[in-house]
Design a protein around this ligand. Structure first.
Ligand SMILES: [Mg+2]
Length: 188
């Protein structure tokens, strides 16, 4: 690969509402499916970074709504499905802590990103965070990352309710439009 095309140390991806529809507390593999554009979008994003990482808040586990082994099955399925499409995920970071628990890991706290930075030797200010919720963009803002708000999942609510609190570098219709836009910027 042409090394000039590598723009980001890592691209961090939220899961629910970014990669897959979010009906709320997905508790079984049969309830998990990617958006139709996700695979193709991730293939495009792969060309812009050395590492794709997933960072996901899953408080449903602590709430007793999702069994830990089911979450692991969902994530094995997710990783395998992407590997089958030649998309490699460098790290999948999960936080099961409840909101209001003073968690150092639950987004918008930086814990999961710091773990990834240590594991993969990343400079977080050369990374991009993509997500649909205020927590995703806030986490990125606090760590001086570029941020992309997708208008899938909670995206529209996020714009409506939090636009004064967050500073998204990019706001796009969905992950696919975001990937296309970044590639266009790169080719200019
Ligand atoms: Mg989300």
């Amino acid at each position: 690969m042409d090394n000039n095309s590598i723009k980001y140390d890592a691209i961090f991806l939220d899961r629910d509402g970014t990669l897959n529809p979010d009906p709320g507390y997905i508790s079984s593999v049969k309830d998990f499916s990617f958006y139709p554009f996700t695979i193709s979008a991730l293939q495009k994003l792969s060309s812009l970074t050395n590492h794709l990482c997933i960072v996901t808040n899953q408080s449903g586990v602590s709430r007793g709504l999702i069994k830990k082994n089911e979450l692991e099955k969902i994530h094995s399925y997710l990783i395998e499905s992407l590997e089958n499409e030649n998309i490699s995920i460098s790290g999948l970071y999960v936080c099961i802590d409840l909101p209001g628990s003073n968690s150092k890991r639950r987004k918008p706290s930086p814990g999961m990103f710091i773990e990834a930075a240590e594991n993969l030797s990343l400079s977080l200010d050369r990374c991009l965070m993509i997500g649909d919720s205020v927590h995703d963009i806030l986490a990125g803002n606090r760590l001086n990352m570029e941020t992309m708000l997708v208008l899938t999942g909670l995206g529209h609510k996020t714009v409506k309710n939090y636009s004064s609190e967050i500073n998204a570098t990019f706001i796009v219709k969905d992950l696919m439009k975001g990937a296309e836009m970044l590639l266009e910027l790169q080719n200019k």
